[in-house]
Design a protein. Sequence first.
Length: 189
Amino acid sequence: MDLKKASNLLLFGSKNCKELEYPNCFVGSLSKLVKSDISLLKSMAQASKSASLSANQIGSEHNMFVIRQKIKDNQWFYEDKGYYSVFINPRICKVSQKIEENWEYCASFPWLRAKVPRFLKIKVEYDDEGLNTREKVLEGFLARLFQHELDHLRGLTLINWRLNHLGLDFLDKEENEDNKEILQVLLTF
């Protein structure tokens, strides 16, 4: 991830990282601020090379996220430029019985991964960039990305999964020692 290009991205341990835990607000109209946040969200997703990104990861209170249009199974980061679909006021309407546990990554925690259980198939509703309500059935990795970003909008992060469920793993043993120490203290209480 190019952190210089992604300078507006909220990272765990940064000054405003508490904003990652704030639930987001319903989007009722396409104000200039909402349009600006959509543009920033897309550009930050590209700069961070992420498959997806939520509004609160860029400090926005709007209930929306983006997901890369062309994804590969279990690939959370991309080197090439991608195009992103916008999901405004997203919600899950129906879930399958099948659940899969797998590792998840997050641009706000670049040195961390967590094992998270997710529904393999979900029926979702959301508003597109024109605030037209859409309905889709998502499966596999796309369903995982949608659920991951929806968690962000609800104020849940990878740390919440570790505290409440499964495994957590540090990816880079050398960098971000301060963040790791803070996180280890959080995980021991």
